[in-house]
Ligand binder design. Structure first.
Ligand code: UN1
Length: 503
């Protein structure tokens, strides 16, 4: 199926992706895939108002009934997995198994959210007063505004909306301008699930989920709207710096999922076969365009040269090419700006003493209008300025260390704090890495790479990564408001702290 047929099969009418002002090009070959209607800021404002009206009804639907809608959505995703994944590959350039993996993440979070819909529990707390009970409840929060990036064009929406919908919230989504088609398809599948939900006899308001494509002005109208209770934004640190203070200025809630600069420490006891495989996928999978991509290897001086030589050999064998042709592992960069950013980083790395392998443009003759790059490995003399900078491309910097303390210090000495890993067979080293004085990241793994997290855990990181947590564990709490209730079932009115106020 071509893109139009895929979109039609997923429930998107041709009018939604033709004749608009937002031109969509495939990173695979630069071909135009569609021309999507762009919303105005006023349309975003109106969408938020509609979402808020829907919230006033949806919050009263029992949570397990809300879960049923998400269950149906998960069914739609299962039935349409191959088509949606293919669209992700065409629009975002992911190789087939990674496109399918992304849709699988959506299915997984739906399953997780359905279970959660019967477990949105608070606590009962001991009261200091006789005949009193204290408890806390989690209640629906409001409209959730979702801003997502091109590299996970559909999963990030699902992590947020599946939790938000069972929490009793409604959603407004501003996808990346680079991936509006997958967003339209995702919304269409949601609309199908909603129709089935209503056909099965469940009451649901319209506008539980709305998708508005467009640029910065559309995003800003969402970010500034006082009826958006939570803005969940995934993207660059630069975007987060713009969004965070605007939301804070109106006392809204923010969940930020920003840049990473993820490192893997490899110690003398490590299983090097495992380490090579973990690093290769972490550094070069998704052509280095995950926020969890491994950007640095910090290897002990005793194994550094052997490890780096093996990595370099394996790197050179990775098959680059169209992500929809079987066998290829490295697809294109999203656009020319991304390729230019990669070249600028490699130039800076050379100037800062780095020895670069790979990194050149690939397949320029076959795809003159697309931007494929050889994965790059850069042996660095030390952690210079360019190594501390997140370049969203397949560049792996390698560094040497002598003591584990030094390795951890290097790993933490970057502005970002998303993901990290250690390869070791020494339990002391593994525990030290995960301890308070170890990795300062939101994710710290042992003997697996930095990327490819499962949805069951809380996902996110510290420092310039923004501090947000989404997906599993108790991340759902960000989508709800907490109330503390003290109930007096006695016939007295004792005041707390022994205060007397009787006439
Ligand atoms: C992202 O790159 O924006 O851990 C998210 C991973 C994926 C999510 C990445 N589950 O690599």
């Amino acid at each position: 199926m071509n893109t139009s047929e895929l979109l039609n099969a997923l429930g998107v009418p041709s009018s939604a992706f033709t004749g608009g002002s937002l031109t969509v090009r495939s990173p695979i070959d630069g071909a135009q895939l569609g021309a999507v209607h762009e919303a105005t800021a006023a349309e975003m404002t109106a969408a938020v108002e509609r979402a808020h009206a829907a919230f006033l009804q949806w919050r009263n639907v029992p949570a397990p009934k809300r879960g049923e809608l998400v269950r149906l959505y998960g069914e739609e995703l299962r039935a349409n997995k191959a088509n949606l994944a293919r669209l992700v590959s065409l629009e975002a350039g992911k190789v087939t198994s990674e496109g399918e993996g992304e849709v699988q993440e959506m299915i997984d979070i739906c399953d997780f959210a359905v279970g959660l819909s019967r477990q949105l529990h608070g606590l009962t707390i001991a009261s200091e007063r006789p005949g009193h009970r204290m408890m806390e409840q989690y209640l629906p929060l409001g409209v959730v505004g979702i801003i997502s990036a091109f590299n996970f064009p559909v999963a990030v929406w699902a992590w947020n909306s599946a939790l938000a919908l069972v929490a009793g919230d409604t959603c407004v989504w501003k996808p990346s301008e680079k991936t509006p088609l997958t967003a339209l398809a995702t919304q269409a599948l949601f609309d199908k699930a909603l129709q089935r939900y209503i056909a099965a006899g469940h009451a649901a308001p319209a506008h539980l989920s709305q998708t508005l494509n467009g640029g910065a002005a559309v995003g800003e109208a969402m970010v500034d709207h006082p009826k958006v209770a939570l803005v969940s934004a995934t993207g660059s640190t630069r975007m987060g710096r713009a969004v965070g203070p605007r939301v804070a200025a109106r006392f809204g809630r923010c969940l930020l999922e920003l840049g990473g600069n993820n490192a893997i420490i490899v110690t003398p006891s490590a299983d090097l076969d495992l380490a090579v495989r973990g690093i290769l996928f972490g550094a070069y999978g998704t052509a280095g365009q995950r926020c969890t991509t491994t950007r640095r290897v910090i290897a002990h001086e005793s194994i550094h040269d052997e490890l780096v030589a093996r990595l370099d050999r394996a790197r050179a064998q990775l098959k680059i090419g169209s992500p929809v042709e079987p066998g290829n592992l490295i697809g294109p960069l999203i656009d020319k700006a991304s390729f230019d950013g990669m070249q600028a980083a490699l130039k800076a790395a050379r100037e800062q003493g780095g020895e670069v392998s790979g990194g050149d443009r690939a397949l320029a003759d076959t795809y003159p209008n697309a931007w494929y790059a050889q994965p790059a490995l850069v042996r660095m003399p030390s952690q210079t300025a360019i190594v501390k900078h997140e370049t969203f491309a397949p560049i792996l910097y390698t560094l040497k260390y002598k003591t584990l303390d030094e390795a951890i210090a290097i790993q933490n000495d970057v502005p970002q704090g998303l993901s990290s890993a250690i390869f070791t067979n020494d339990v002391r080293e593994a525990e030290a890495f995960m301890a308070a004085s170890g990795s300062d990241c939101g994710i710290a793994n042992v003997n697996i790479g930095t990327s490819g997290a499962e949805i069951g855990g809380a996902f996110g990181g510290e420092k310039e990564t923004g501090g947000g947590r989404e997906s599993g564990s108790d991340a759902w709490k960000a989508y709800m408001r907490r109330t503390t209730n003290t109930v007096n079932y006695s016939r007295e009115l004792p005041l707390a702290q022994g205060v007397k106020f009787d006439i």
